[in-house]
Design a protein around this ligand. Structure first.
Ligand SMILES: NC(=O)c1ccc[n+]([C@@H]2O[C@H](COP(=O)([O-])OP(=O)(O)OC[C@H]3O[C@@H](n4cnc5c(N)ncnc54)[C@H](O)[C@@H]3O)[C@@H](O)[C@H]2O)c1
Ligand SMILES: [Zn+2]
Length: 363
């Protein structure tokens, strides 16, 4: 069992990582001195596959276990659903020393995390991420929240979990489409980490796609370690944490321009990464080979490299409207070199337009 330590100002907590970690959840939670109740919040898809294993592990170590299921999908991240969950916790007589356990992807992690952060002003929180995106990104770092009809993730909190259980074997049941979603974030970490990680992933991506655990586990570990390092320096996202937005400025613009229908987050991020790397060539003389290599890698992973069905003007308008942008120039993360990101780069509107138009050409 690999134990990584998250060190933030508000809390220090362990991230346990290994194939089969799910079955150890009860033992590990008890080893941290916990007792009482654990209320598992999950979705119907994940419940059918992984809830029994988690319940067994917790019950076998003496915890009182209850499970609440919600329907899968982004719609679950709402204040209405949170309210229903508060009532559920109340009926189950949940107290402050009890725990909420988020078993699922990022939707469940954000929703259950938000509920845990606010119910009785905060109960304990265990994150058990089951999608690749949640394992490498959303389960760590403490951002929890729900959507409002007008905007995604607008109501929330910073609330670090008390324990994270990351079991890469759970990815075996994840639909391929969702695996590829998470791979866009993995590619982002590769670019942020440096040439060795990028080259290694480029060489071995097939091992990841075929879920060879001997390869998957160290890659997931590297992504988690990167995020933990950044979050420990800047928990509340005032500065350094912004590096994690690499590719997300244009990515969010594409998602919004496509009304969150045309492009999923991972697909939009792939295109956003491509734009960011190419802008880095223009602004920081990043060698052009990286743009070419990234273009090939994304294609091999099944991620898009061509923007279709969404107009570049709509993307640029959405980028300008985004909370991370002002006026027409965009505030972006660029790369001086692989492993050397620069935040708050003020990118000229003309340069940005030409790169979004290049995405439409797809070359
Ligand atoms: N808090 C953060 O820092 C942060 C960061 C990035 C994204 N997010 C949020 O994460 C959410 C997206 O997360 P996601 O991509 O994990 O989506 P998701 O939670 O909707 O999960 C994707 C789908 O896969 C299913 N699934 C999950 N794990 C499975 C498994 N092991 N086997 C079979 N099916 C499984 C789910 O039921 C769902 O249908 C968004 O709401 C986004 O805003 C949060
Ligand atoms: Zn993302």
């Amino acid at each position: 069992m690999i134990q990584l330590v998250a060190n933030t100002r508000s809390r220090e907590y362990p991230v346990f990582l290994s194939e089969g970690a799910l079955e150890e959840t009860g033992k590990l939670w008890r080893s941290l001195g916990n007792r009482g109740k654990v209320v598992i919040i999950t979705d119907d898809n994940v419940a059918a596959l992984h809830l029994p294993g988690l319940e067994e592990s917790l019950a076998a170590t003496g915890f009182i276990v209850n499970a609440v299921k919600v329907q899968p999908g982004e719609e679950a991240k709402s204040l209405g659903k949170a309210t229903a969950l508060y009532s559920g916790l109340f009926d189950l007589k949940t107290r402050r020393h009890d725990a909420v356990c988020a078993l699922g992807g990022g939707v469940i992690g954000d929703l259950a995390g938000f509920v845990a952060s606010t119910y009785m002003r905060g109960v304990k929180l265990i994150q058990v991420p089951t999608s690749l995106l949640s394992q490498v990104d959303s389960s760590i770092g403490g951002k929890v929240g729900v959507n409002i009809p007008q905007a995604k993730n607008y109501v929330g909190a910073f609330y670090q979990p008390h324990m994270v259980i990351t079991d890469p074997a759970l990815l075996e049941t994840l639909p391929r489409r969702e695996l590829v979603e998470g791979l866009a974030e993995v590619v982002k970490y590769c670019l942020l980490s440096g040439d060795d990680f990028f080259s290694n992933f480029e060489f071995s991506y097939q091992e990841f796609l075929s879920l060879n655990m001997a390869y998957v586990e160290p890659v997931v570990r590297r992504c988690i370690e990167y995020k933990l390092r950044v979050v420990s320096e800047d928990e509340r996202d005032f500065g350094r944490r912004a590096v994690l937005n690499l590719g997300h400025t244009v990515g969010h613009g594409i998602e919004a321009a496509g009304a969150y229908q045309a492009y999923s987050h991972g697909q939009a991020l792939a295109l956003g990464l491509l734009a960011a790397v190419r802008l880095s060539e223009q602004v920081f003389m990043l060698p052009a080979e990286y743009g070419e290599r990234l273009w090939s890698l994304l294609g091999l992973l099944g991620l898009p490299v061509k923007l279709e069905g969404v107009s570049p003007d709509d993307v640029l308008t959405a980028v300008a409207r985004d909370k991370k942008a002002d006026d027409l120039s965009a505030n972006m993360v660029l790369l001086k070199s692989l492993g050397d990101p620069v935040i708050n780069c003020d990118v000229d509107a003309g340069l940005l337009r030409s790169q979004v138009e290049r995405l439409v050409r797809g070359d």
